[in-house]
Design a protein around this ligand. Structure first.
Ligand code: C2E
Ligand code: CA
Ligand code: CA
Length: 253
């Protein structure tokens, strides 16, 4: 029932996208944002993605959902790129999207008249998803990377990590999962893991984002560990478009 409603919500454009800033660890400037989906439901209130993404994946609704996210994000992205040509907007894609040639061709069509804009978009994929998957998803990911999209490995360090994937995916960015970052200053063992992950990523030529940065102490520590970018409640929660734009204007000022 919920999935039938989700399909209708996509069709009638009643889902919401919120945006959380990606921040330069050293100077605090917003370098971009991550788009995070929200579902305002008449009966149940605001439904968070952790509650419906996995069902959307099981039922195939994820194809329409991911396209909705990218279509919706393109308009604000164009405005941000006008302000800053290097602005990066991250969107989450499922490995199931990458297996679907219709999804890939829809992306081609969507960016056809503005191919340069792909350079301002990061597609976030999780390593565990890519591992359970096939050559086919991998080939499509390389195809998108050649089109200009940046690729980020999301939730790094959780699930069944396979280091080999770091070199097999066309990734330019590694996102360390918030499980390792929350309360980092009081977790010496996580500090060792995070420092090592950052070094590893840098040695492979990847930029590093820490998610779940909730305090200034964590930001300072991540700066000492040479982490390039931060994301977390310390800077802002994910916000509706207008609120994000207000915060972005303050940040530039
Ligand atoms: P994610 O990709 O790891 O996204 C980061 C999640 O961490 C977001 O939760 C964000 O609100 C939360 N977060 C950010 N900073 C902090 C912090 O400082 N502290 C804490 N405790 N949490 C923080 P959200 O928005 O509930 O999304 C949950 C997950 O749902 C996402 O995890 C992502 O896997 C998935 N998701 C969200 N939007 C989409 C989408 O459009 N498509 C797909 N396929 N998945 C999505
Ligand atoms: Ca993500
Ligand atoms: Ca995560």
């Amino acid at each position: 029932k919920l999935m039938a409603e989700l399909k209708r919500a996509i069709g009638s454009n009643t889902l919401d996208l919120h945006y959380q800033p990606l921040v330069d660890t050293y100077n605090g400037q917003f370098i971009g944002a991550e788009a995070l989906i929200r579902w305002p439901h008449v009966e149940y209130g605001l439904i968070m993605p952790d509650e419906f993404i996995h069902i959307a994946e099981k039922t195939g609704v994820i194809q329409a959902l991911s396209l909705w996210v990218i279509r919706t994000a393109v308009q604000p992205l164009k405005a941000w790129v006008n302000i800053n040509p290097d602005f990066l907007l991250s969107v989450n894609v499922s490995a199931l999207n990458l297996q679907d040639n219709k999804f890939i061709s829809a992306l081609h069509i969507l960016f056809e008249d503005d191919l340069k804009l792909a350079n301002n978009m990061i597609l976030e994929v999780t390593e565990s998803q890519m591992m359970t998957d096939t050559q086919h998803a991998m080939k499509n990911l390389w195809d998108l990377s050649e089109l200009g999209f940046h690729i980020a490995i999301d939730d790094f360090g959780t699930g069944y990590s396979n280091l080999a994937y770091l070199t097999k995916l066309p990734a330019s960015e590694l996102k360390i999962d918030k499980a390792f970052i929350l309360n980092l200053e009081n977790e010496p063992q996580n500090q060792v893991l995070v420092a090592t992950a950052i070094q590893l990523a840098h040695n492979l030529g990847l930029k590093v984002v820490a998610e779940g940065v909730e305090s200034e102490d964590t930001r300072i520590l991540l700066g000492k560990l040479s982490c390039d970018f931060c994301q977390g409640f310390h800077f802002s929660r994910a916000l509706p478009l207008q609120a994000f734009n207000g915060l972005y204007a303050d940040n530039r000022a």
